[in-house]
Design a protein around this ligand. Structure first.
Ligand code: CP
Length: 304
């Protein structure tokens, strides 16, 4: 059965279908309440999470299925030295589908190579987070009405922010997309993303350190947290963590129909005073995550 490790494994047509099903689930939840009756989701989280793990679990429960798993690898036999491959082989005997988060890039891929049941990458190190991207795409679809003709500002930690890497991969396949990459020099988007996603596809992009200079151009502002857990040096983290703080004052220069997104958790990068601005979409975005994960679970389990 098919896994989902990288958003690029889904075609544009498949993403459109997942978004369509997720929208239908929002409108007609009762229709889906028994779609996964008798199925078990295992959530194997080797790294902390609130939204991703709980929305996956809520998604499976809302589909009529059941959930097993762990949210702290210290409470699993990984703490005794068991490998990801062995853990996956064992859990495959207990579950029908796995959602795995791991601090090491590539761990969910290794898992998928050691099982016949679907493995969903729920975030691997600084690499990828495809179901966050599906969440982001559903949000963009619902709030902007489509995926074409958008200027997207990505702001903050573009080096370690795996959600940004997956979002660029996904949005780069639509028409007339311009990216404005806003970050400190030390946290710029990795060269491999620039080369493989932006330059190879001839996409328009600009790199800047100033949010104020570009905020008025944006249709979407995607804020990100500086990922302290991926820094080697705490002093660098302390120096960079408050590089960007979005405030009502800064938003005065933004478009009326801007949408402000954030994968969350937020630390300081969006002032709580912004939460009541009608352009703030981040809490709605987190809610949408459950519906698109329901659509994905059904797709990978080949449920009609
Ligand atoms: N957006 C996201 O991945 O949040 P969690 O780390 O809480 O799962």
């Amino acid at each position: 059965m098919r896994s989902l490790i990288d958003i690029r494994e889904l075609s544009v047509e498949e993403i459109d279908e997942l978004v369509k099903v997720a929208n239908d689930i929002i409108d007609n939840p009762a229709k889906y309440s028994e779609k996964c009756k008798g199925k078990i989701l295992a959530t194997l989280f080797f790294e902390p999470s609130t939204r991703t793990r709980l929305s996956f679990e809520s998604a499976m429960l809302n589909l009529g299925g059941n959930v097993i798993g762990f949210s702290d690898s210290q409470n699993s036999s990984a703490s005794k030295g068991e490998s990801v491959a062995d853990t996956t082989k064992i859990v495959s005997g207990y579950a029908d589908i796995i959602a795995m988060r791991h601090p090491k890039e590539g761990a969910p891929l290794v898992a998928s190579m050691n099982t016949d049941i679907p493995v969903i990458n729920a975030g691997d190190g600084g690499h990828n987070h495809p179901t966050q991207t599906l969440t982001d795409l559903l949000t963009i679809n619902r709030e902007k009405g489509g995926f074409n003709n958008l200027t997207i500002g990505l702001c903050g930690d573009l080096k370690f922010g795996r959600t940004v890497h997956s979002l660029i991969s996904a949005m780069s396949r639509y028409d007339n997309i311009k990216f404005i990459l806003i970050s400190p020099d030390e946290l710029k988007i990795p060269d491999y993303i620039k080369k493989n996603e932006l330059e190879a596809k001839n996409l328009e992009y600009v790199e800047t350190t100033s949010l104020e200079d570009v905020i008025g151009e944006l249709d979407i502002l995607y804020m990100t947290r500086v990922q302290g857990e991926r820094f080697f040096n705490e002093q660098d983290y302390i120096r960079l963590r408050d590089s960007y703080i979005l405030t009502p004052k800064k938003l005065e220069a933004a478009k009326e129909d801007l949408i402000i997104m954030h994968p969350l958790p937020r630390v300081n990068e969006i002032s709580v005073a912004v939460d009541n601005d009608p352009r703030a979409c981040y809490f709605k975005q987190a809610r949408y995550g459950k519906f698109v994960r329901m659509a994905l679970i059904m797709k990978l389990l080949e449920v009609e």
